[in-house]
Design a protein around this ligand. Sequence first.
Ligand code: GDP
Length: 385
Amino acid sequence: MKIALLGVGQAGGKVADAILDYEAASRTDFVTDAVAINSARADLLGLRRIPAERRVLIGQSRVKGHGCGADNELGVTVAEEDIDEIRGAVDDLPVHEVDAFLVVAGLGGGTGSGASPVIARELSRLYTEPVYGLGVLPGSDEGGIYTLNAARSFQTFVREVDNLLVFDNDAWRRSGESLQGGYASINEEIARRLGVLLSAGEVSEPPVPESVVDASEIINTLAGGGVTTIGYANSRLDRPPRGLFGRREQDPDETDVVNRITATVRRATLGNLTLPANVKSTERALVVVSGPPKYLSRKGVEGSRRWLEEETGTMEVRGGDYPVPDSDYVSALVVLSGVTDVPRIKELQQIGAETQRNLAERAAQRPEALRDLVWDGDGEIDPLF
Ligand code: GDP
């Protein structure tokens, strides 16, 4: 599936860069073009992969290239005011070659949080291709404002996209590692998952998949909107090292191949989801099994699909394989689309609502508190004028 990638705000740009890193390292081709959009000049300059002419600075007249801080209402305003520039950058993309748009942003900050739903709305208005969002939720230690921002942006973003893929930083923080330090590996993880999904159907040279996961399979899985979470797991193979004449290895036992696939799909589904969710609340699912052709089997993929049907309770489970001859792993990617039972979102909304109440209370008390501070109480001190 070919996408036009739009990274909005700092996290959006960095994740877009990581997706382009993945594409280069895996020698795949699924990003037709990429654009970065930000109100902070320094963040745009810090990008590595997105070409300079594809970086759009918005809100210059208002924030002078300094960003929106954590003010996502300002993020909305600068995107709306500079929508012509954003549209101009997208007009330069070869849109006729893309199957979908992907708008990526961290939802806890200012620019990405506010601007990404505005950009998604504009893309949907102008183009017939589906517009997907990838929203990153803040860690719970980032504080109430970030959580409130994310809760507000989440609501708006879901409404403006054809499907919102969600990645929860909180669920991904490695124990003992600060979130900041872990961003690079988190971004790699996001890129790997999207990369496997989007490149699976773009194999142009042999060995071709037995059952291809093409763009329409992905679009159908994401149809119906809502929220999507993605699971991934891999299983290391005990293969002989690569030699001058390739690998000399025996054909693996078929039962082992099938069992390995089903076990990996189970781990992908029940283990590390990008957004922890009750899998029973899934509306549609898709599974992609990748690895060396000898370790892929139609029976394994079919068995996994049936298991996913039972586990999720949905009849709409698509599946396919993705041969990667040189790989030392069999891996499984599971897309759970339209999940509705997601405790983390409820928690985010609850903390967001509390923060909103606290902010309103403090704002109401402020004028009186300031008057008390400035007034000396007895009227002994005269102001100058
Ligand atoms: P913006 O530039 O105003 O859109 O704000 P940022 O993108 O800097 O931050 C928004 C949120 O994104 C933060 O609260 C973090 O949760 C998250 N974030 C920032 N940088 C990264 C990153 O590189 N990777 C990931 N996964 N999350 C990030």
